[in-house]
Unconditional design. Structure first.
Length: 144
């Protein structure tokens, strides 16, 4: 996979916000475009790491790692994993997940978690092959 790299986003700019918005739309059609100001808030937050997968000077994938401390220990969550639909099936998702795992190892001891819709069969298989174990739990959410 020549000419492919993963970098942590360290500054907000209009082109990154536009590329991320396009990827997030593929992840969930209901996602609203991210603004440069919203992106700046994430980049400036040390508990948030946005990793961009780039090939041939184009952003073709991304994921976010958020981490925090709780009384039961440090937790990290992988969120917003998406590879452009035209680039799927080439191992880029695995590259992103492996990169996130390596990054979270620098935060150890830590529990790394993620959620995935059961309908995302390939993604769920990827997570299992990378060593994630399915946790039987209910996930609740409340939009505020």
């Amino acid at each position: 996979m020549a000419n492919v790299n993963i970098t942590r986003l360290t500054s907000s700019n209009e082109s990154a916000a536009a590329a991320i918005s396009l990827l997030l739309k593929q992840l969930s059609p209901s996602c609203t475009p991210i603004t440069e100001q919203q992106l700046a808030l994430m980049v400036d937050n040390s508990a948030t790491a946005i990793f961009l997968l780039q090939a041939h000077n184009s952003i073709i994938g991304m994921l976010t790692v958020g981490n925090y401390f709780s009384p039961t220990g440090r937790k990290a969550w992988i969120e917003d994993v998406v590879v452009d639909s035209s680039m799927r099936g080439k191992g880029y998702g695995a590259m992103l997940i492996n990169h996130a795992i390596d990054y979270v190892r620098t935060l150890a001891p830590c529990t790394l978690m993620l959620t995935s819709n059961p309908s995302r069969i390939a993604a769920n298989e990827l997570y299992r092959t990378r060593g994630f174990e399915q946790k039987i739990t209910n996930v609740y959410r409340m939009q505020l």
